[in-house]
Design a protein around this ligand. Structure first.
Ligand SMILES: NC(=O)c1ccc[n+]([C@@H]2O[C@H](COP(=O)([O-])OP(=O)(O)OC[C@H]3O[C@@H](n4cnc5c(N)ncnc54)[C@H](OP(=O)(O)O)[C@@H]3O)[C@@H](O)[C@H]2O)c1
Length: 296
């Protein structure tokens, strides 16, 4: 792997790209300069930056909108990543690509491992799965990290939405029959940086190639995450609404979501020595950050 050059991070002002942008040696790019809808910007960006590694944190992430906008979802989640992977292979540099828990159908009772069969329930998950396959098919050096339930102190995410609703609502209803692993953008960024340090230390190894699950440690439901967020917000004097647990069937959305998308992250630990912190600890830190820098 070339030792010189920056780490090129795609994803503009997105949650994960923003968290990564705080690290030294990172060049972050986003729309309009880097746009999967204008494929010529992909090669131009890689050429101009001459990176030693690329992290692709850009994606079409609007899960429900993707159901009626599948062409754009596939352009950003499959075609663009395939082009990036081809350019990285040609340059002889690794690509760290981010994927999702929504490649699974959620029927497995236990946490999913990387070798479990995939069966996405919607366009977003299907387009991200097609992206995984396209990146791997290019045959270059590719680490694909499937993460889940990402949130940060800024940006559009479930935790911020809940805290905003709590300002005006005394009672909320939140889905309690979908389980997953909340992951802060900051923790995922730290994990990515630790992987990059490992690549720098050892050079590329065959064991690094392919899929890895990378989420916060532990699991909860959307209801559990909302209740916990309100507990943390109460320390900052925020109002605490009542939160009624409801079923997915009571909250219909355009895209179906997996009932269980807990991911087993053992392979990430065994291969890279990386473990993300317990989700509850990171929630506390993130709610503190929200009230410090961007109160709801
Ligand atoms: N958020 C989650 O809960 C979650 C869960 C599982 C996996 N993931 C994966 O984690 C990664 C990072 O997600 P995130 O939470 O940081 O998402 P995010 O906050 O929605 O950021 C995604 C970024 O991608 C950019 N983007 C969208 N379409 C693009 C296009 N056609 N060309 C270039 N850039 C484009 C957006 O740019 P603009 O700012 O210009 O709109 C946005 O800044 C993604 O691969 C996502 O699929 C996320």
């Amino acid at each position: 792997m070339p030792e010189a050059g920056p780490i090129l991070v795609t994803g503009g002002a997105g949650q994960v790209a923003s968290a990564l942008s705080r690290a030294p040696g990172v060049v972050r790019v986003g729309r309009p300069d880097f746009d999967f809808d204008r494929p010529e910007t992909i090669e131009a960006t890689v050429r101009a930056t001459a990176p030693r590694l690329v992290v692709n944190a850009a994606a079409y992430t609007a899960v429900d909108a993707a159901e009626s906008d599948s062409e754009a979802a596939y352009r950003a989640n499959r075609d663009g990543p395939a082009t990036l992977a081809r350019l990285c292979k040609a340059a002889g540099i690794p690509l760290i690509h981010i994927s999702t828990d929504y490649v699974f159908d959620g029927a497995k009772p236990e946490p999913y491992v990387e070798t479990d069969p995939v069966a996405p329930q919607g366009v977003y998950g299907a387009s991200k799965l097609a992206g995984e396959e396209a990146v791997l098919a290019e045959g270059g050096q590719a680490v694909i990290l499937r993460t889940a339930w990402v949130y940060a102190a800024t940006g559009r995410n479930f935790v911020r939405t809940m805290l905003t609703l709590a300002k005006t609502r005394d009672a909320l209803r939140v889905v309690a029959d979908q389980q997953g692993c909340p992951t802060t953008a900051a923790d995922l960024a730290d994990a990515i940086l630790a992987i990059i340090r490992r690549l720098d230390e050892t050079g590329w190894q065959a064991a690094y190639q392919g899929l890895f699950h990378a989420t916060g440690t532990g699991a909860t439901t959307w209801h559990g995450l909302a209740v916990a967020a309100f507990e943390e917000a109460a320390r900052h004097g925020a109002r605490t609404p009542s939160v009624a647990p409801i079923r997915t069937a009571d909250y219909p959305t355009p895209a179906r979501r997996p009932a269980n998308s807990r991911l087993d992250c053992s392979k990430l630990r065994q291969t890279f020595g990386v473990v993300l912190p317990p989700w509850r600890d990171s929630l506390r830190l993130t709610v503190d950050e929200i009230f410090a820098i961007a109160p709801p």
